[in-house]
Ligand binder design. Sequence first.
Ligand code: ATP
Length: 319
Amino acid sequence: MKRIGVLTSGGDAPGMNAAIRAVVRKAIYHDMEVFGIYNGYQGLMEGKIEQLNVGSVGDIIQRGGTMLYSARSEEFKTDEGQNKGIEQLKKFGIEGLIVIGGDGSFQGAAKLTAKGFPCIGIPGTIDNDIAGTDYTIGFDTALNTIIEAVDKIRDTATSHERTYVIEVMGRDAGDLALWAGLANGAESVIIPEKHEPFENVVDRLKRGSERGKKHSIIILAEGVGNGFDYGKKIESATSFETRVTVLGHIQRGGRPTGADRVLASRLGGKAVDLLLEGQGGRMVGIQKNELVHHDIIEALKQKHSLDMSIYQLMSEISI
Ligand code: ATP
């Protein structure tokens, strides 16, 4: 394979730039040419494609977002859209494509592979909701952003003796909420994967208050529901002064952490290796600290599983 393409698609995630950089430089190291495709699959169909060199990916490893920009495209979900994309790839002489994104983006990569165009998926999303990898690029940075924000909220929660409900991202996955709950010493985490009876949450708040606790933090995953509704429920059940913070898009931005930069670089390098071996329709990931790869379609059929031992530990130590 002499010429490959790379694109980012779906929601952006910190560390995507580090992955692009690794893909470009590793491919050049192996004497391949690399083309950047801007604005995801939308840009692919429109031919927004440009050759990248070693310098094109300089000074980006430390930046959040994606230098290739991202987009969502309904048209690409259709046969015609995918054919348009393949036409563009052929026009530029591109023989293999690396797609950095979430599960929707992987669906697109699987479709192109089924049409005879080899693609490799790199999991990039803060949600950590992709099966076949223990971590996705961006999860660690988003987690650290939440931790820092909750530490700050805890200061004001203590000063005013308030209960805080903090809604965090994660789509249908509770990973960000659970990990932040443990790392921030929250009283309760409310996640889609485990039903926590409301009475337990209330009991824990009351017990904390009885032993003189000055603040309480509840972390709620967006996949469970609205933080404001949950806050109202708590206030009416306890009469504790309750405030709600929805952390929102600050969780998607910022400088990637060391863990994300290293993960992104390793996965980027691995994706190039697979294309060099003539593989397609694979996703790369990390499991038990080993680089792995799986059939994309098989991985999409699996559900990402949350490590429930962390939930158990949380319930044992948030007494
Ligand atoms: P995130 O999890 O961060 O939202 P994502 O990759 O899951 O990322 P989506 O919006 O679901 O984000 O998908 C990104 C793009 O991938 C879509 O806009 C579309 O162009 C393409 N895509 C999604 N599903 C399919 C599909 N079934 N077939 C072809 N292309 C698809």
